[in-house]
Write a protein that binds this ligand. Structure first.
Ligand SMILES: NC(=O)c1ccc[n+]([C@@H]2O[C@H](COP(=O)([O-])OP(=O)(O)OC[C@H]3O[C@@H](n4cnc5c(N)ncnc54)[C@H](OP(=O)(O)O)[C@@H]3O)[C@@H](O)[C@H]2O)c1
Length: 264
């Protein structure tokens, strides 16, 4: 598993074992020779690529790095997998869509990214799917569970007594990294190929997610809901960032998974 130190990678390592873990410090997926040598040496049946450049706003200025990690890196992996006969499970994002639809996006909808980040992830999808091997692209949204993820940052700010202003008109399916890891293993076992959406059941604004975090933890802090226009950011984001799948069941409702994470 590549990019094993991130949110999703950490959860996949828990499921698949530490011997499968290849963190960034050990290998950069942008190094085609190193990727090829590793896959030749280990001869895995399945490669999970959890490595990604996810700094959505910074990608607007670090365009080359974002493309290297999110587009060229995955292609390096897909080429090595095709050559050795390994299946590849790669991950992508709701940010490949423009968010103008009123319905959640399915696998059949046209991807029109608004940001450099979204463009790099879409290029990554296309690169791995065109490489010619057995490839599954799992698109997901608003992954949380790691210490820097949205719920944890909200909690830290609430505990520090900070006032919280949170965007209300941008909607996502908050998806637990743990649940996503389980779904990815299940999909790999089923041998499904192509693009599949895998997100928690339910969709909400970031303000609703912040309030749910506070309710789960008993933190008594007000959340002020603000429109996206009142919260300037370098990258444009889809207003409707909600995904649905025609190929896979929804994961647990987001509120249920959040409850479990915050009340272990
Ligand atoms: N997080 C979200 O909200 C979200 C939403 C939709 C889709 N996704 C997708 O879901 C997947 C998993 O995301 P995540 O939340 O687990 O991401 P994450 O926590 O940011 O982890 C990404 C991992 O990739 C590593 N990495 C970065 N550049 C690398 C390189 N050149 N070679 C090897 N490893 C590298 C990072 O290491 P360093 O820390 O050392 O850089 C980090 O360990 C990604 O494909 C992501 O795009 C995420």
């Amino acid at each position: 598993m590549l990019g094993a130190g991130g949110q999703l990678g950490t959860q996949l390592v828990r499921l698949l074992g530490t011997e499968t873990a290849v963190p960034h410090a050990q290998l950069s997926i942008t190094d085609a020779g190193a990727v090829s040598s590793l896959i030749d040496a280990r001869r895995p049946d399945v490669v999970f690529n959890c490595a990604a450049y996810n700094a959505v706003d910074r990608a607007e200025v670090e365009r080359d790095l974002a493309f290297a990690v999110n587009a060229h890196g995955p292609k390096n992996i897909a080429v090595a997998c095709r050559r050795t006969g390994a299946s590849l499970v790669h991950f992508s994002t709701n940010f490949v869509f423009d968010g103008n639809s009123v319905e959640p996006y399915t696998e059949a909808d046209e991807a029109i990214p608004l940001s450099v980040y979204g463009s790099t992830k879409l290029a990554g999808e296309q690169g791995v799917l065109h490489a010619g091997g057995h490839v599954l692209v799992v698109r997901t949204a608003a992954v949380y569970g790691g210490p820097q993820s949205f719920p944890m940052r909200i909690l830290a700010r609430a505990r520090a007594g900070e006032a919280l202003r949170v965007v209300s008109d941008q909607r996502v399916n908050p998806t637990s990294a743990e649940d996503l890891a389980g779904a990815a293993v299940e999909l790999a076992e089923q041998g499904i190929a192509g693009i599949v959406h895998a997100v928690a059941e339910g969709c909400c604004g970031w303000d609703e997610l912040a309030r749910a975090v506070l309710a789960e933890t008993g933190a008594e802090v007000e959340v002020e809901s603000v429109p996206k226009s009142g919260y300037p950011a370098a990258a444009r984001r889809p207003l409707n960032g909600c995904l649905a799948s025609t190929r896979f069941r929804p994961l647990r409702p987001w509120r249920e998974a959040l409850h479990e994470l915050l009340n272990p």
